[in-house]
Design a protein. Structure first.
Length: 314
């Protein structure tokens, strides 16, 4: 799968899905290549640590790669948290909504926070981010969170994205950048079975790889996670997303839908100005847990670490 060519400096050339085992310095855990591309004439790769689920972008020069077919890649990562997470997602692929990983570590004193940035005419809810920092910065710096981002939101809100990146660069937040599709298509007149990414005419390469390209061009490092728009999918779509090497991540606590967060929940909020009820509910939750937060008995957890540790125990 190949996407696009460059038209100006810094744009990515030959962006493609690639599978390979990657050489690493002594003492480091094995890494695997998920994507390869070229930028300003320099070949590079999106590389995943299959144990920690951390991704990074590295130059290809000096690396030794062992190319793999997809079946061989799955076999190579089978016993890792990454491989187990992919397999878990395939087991619940038949869900119409919320297929994939929906909880973090059970029993954890706190939650995994994910903030969706779907296309919106409203500005970023910066008050949400300020409240998160106010509540957690003294106890955990940087404060971990997942941000599920769409290509269109990045196009339409460059100043808001720059503001988030400033918080990240200052070491105040640690972000797991989740692919949330490029267009986040939605038609209020269509049933779920033919809506969102299931709508006729949807191009998965544009929605998935196009978003990754847009992330990298803006200085973001795509994670190995994908969130379905509307949390809607079918078995075929789940398998397609897994075949990109991505782990679908849902939520058991979409607060605006009336779902309550419990210890280990993956909380879903919309930070794009479209869902103030969910934000209010989350701020109320922080107020209730304020004493536990001060004692470090109720914190936010990194999505990658939470899923990796959960899969290790299976």
């Amino acid at each position: 799968m190949l996407l696009g060519t460059a038209s100006h400096p810094g744009e990515l050339l030959e962006y493609r899905v690639s599978w390979a085992r990657c050489s690493v310095p002594p003492g480091e855990k094995p890494s695997f290549v998920l994507r390869t591309f070229e930028r300003d004439g320099e070949p590079a790769a999106l590389v995943l640590d299959a144990e920690s689920l951390v991704t990074r972008i590295v130059p290809l020069r000096g690396l030794t790669l062992t190319a793999l077919e997809w079946k061989a890649m799955r076999k190579a990562v089978k016993g890792t948290p990454y491989g187990k997470a992919l397999a878990d997602c395939e087991k619940n692929a038949n869900r119409r909504q919320d297929a994939g990983i929906v909880r973090g570590l059970p029993g954890a004193r706190g939650v995994v926070l994910t903030v969706d940035l779907c296309p919106s005419t409203r500005p970023l809810d910066r008050g949400l981010f300020r409240a998160i920092l106010q509540n957690f910065l003294a106890e955990e710096k940087p404060v971990p969170m997942g941000i599920a981002i769409t290509g269109r939101w990045m196009e339409e809100h460059p100043e808001d994205l720059a503001w988030i990146r400033e918080l990240e660069a200052a070491g105040e937040i640690a972000i797991t950048w989740i692919n949330h599709s490029y267009n986040h298509r939605y038609n209020k007149d269509l049933p779920l079975s033919r809506n969102f990414l299931l709508e006729a005419g949807t191009d998965p390469d544009v929605e998935v790889l196009g978003t990754e390209k847009a992330m990298i061009q803006r200085g973001l490092c795509p994670s190995a996670f994908f969130r379905f728009p509307g949390l809607v999918s079918d078995a075929s779509l789940v398998r397609r997303i897994v075949a990109y090497g991505l782990i679908p991540v849902g939520s058991d606590a979409w607060l605006a839908k009336g779902q309550r967060a419990s210890s280990g929940s993956i909380v879903l909020l919309h930070g794009n100005g479209n869902e103030p009820v969910g934000i209010s509910d989350f701020l109320a939750l922080l107020k209730r847990e304020q004493g536990a937060i001060r004692q470090k008995n109720w914190l936010l957890f990194d999505l990658r670490e939470s899923v990796a540790r959960e899969e290790e125990h299976k």
